[in-house]
Design a protein around this ligand. Structure first.
Ligand code: ZN
Length: 277
């Protein structure tokens, strides 16, 4: 399928993890320098800048914020832990609102320490989402549930497939949606069907690549085009489902991309976005 790629630069967004050494100020300035008009910061750099001040900087540059990364981590060993998680998530919603983020990305959390009750953890996620939702709706911040590759079920996210995320959205309704990250879902035999099922619930689309071999499960993500994911095919699926948002480049890469000059990383992101995404 041929696509008009001439305006593609407008559709790229840069997740702050891709240029990890940068502060929020550097991210905004660096992207503006590169002609990129959308970003998705993690909370650490937003908090370091101050959420209100970050919002002003972002608005002054006319930047789109495709998401705030991240809330979630709902399951806990006891009630106090779950309450603390909920409070932190409410703050994340407020930060997302302050910077005008299109959604709050949720990495939902895994097993509580010492637990083997995966089904119970998944119930805690659903209950945590339901408890957070009224605050998110009131703030006008959609919650984007991001299924993570099952290798993270124990420690990061026990929502591991788009089918699970779609089920949660159906149960919870208005104000919930899905973040599709190619690194986490590319392997799924139900990918096409579940992306179509998600439809307009797709709130964010994260791109990167799966390297062979992957030497670190968390911190060895590939640049688009360097791995085995059929990125064009997946983008066609999300666009056929109705997604009209950005392709957000999210590459956690401790040994490669984080060691390079971030301006150079952005140039390569743009080039790969135009040629392989
Ligand atoms: Zn992601």
């Amino acid at each position: 399928m041929m696509r008009d790629l001439s305006n593609d630069r407008a559709l790229i967004s840069i997740n702050s993890m891709t240029v990890k050494p940068w502060s929020l100020e550097q991210l905004v300035e660096g992207c503006a320098r590169a002609g990129i008009s959308a970003i998705s910061p993690w909370r650490d750099i937003v908090q370091a800048c101050g959420a209100e001040r970050a919002g002003k900087l972002i608005r002054a540059q006319g930047m789109t914020v495709t998401g705030l990364c991240r809330g979630g981590m709902f399951p806990a060993a006891d009630e106090a832990g779950r309450r603390a998680a909920l409070e932190d998530n409410r703050r994340a919603v407020d930060e997302a609102a302050a910077i005008g983020a299109q959604c709050l990305i949720l990495v939902v959390g895994g097993l509580p320490k010492g637990s083997r009750d995966l089904a119970g953890a998944r119930r805690q996620v659903r209950d945590g989402l339901a408890a957070l939702l009224p605050h998110a709706r009131q703030a006008g911040v959609p919650l984007a549930i991001e299924p993570l590759h099952p290798m993270f079920a124990a420690d990061r996210a026990c929502v591991n497939t788009l089918a699970q995320a779609n089920d949660l959205c159906e149960q919870l309704g208005d104000g919930t949606g899905i973040a599709v990250d190619t690194y986490h879902v590319w392997w799924d035999p139900e990918l096409a069907r579940e992306i179509a099922r998600a439809g307009r619930n797709i709130l964010a689309y994260h791109v990167n690549d799966w390297l062979v071999p992957t030497t670190d499960l968390l911190l060895d993500r590939g640049m688009m085009g360097d791995g085995v994911i059929d990125l064009r095919a997946i983008r066609a699926m999300v666009e056929a489902a109705g997604y009209r948002g950005h392709c957000e480049v999210e590459i956690l890469s401790a040994e490669n991309w984080w060691k390079r000059d971030p301006d150079e990383v952005l140039r390569i992101c743009i080039e790969r976005h135009q040629t392989v995404v």
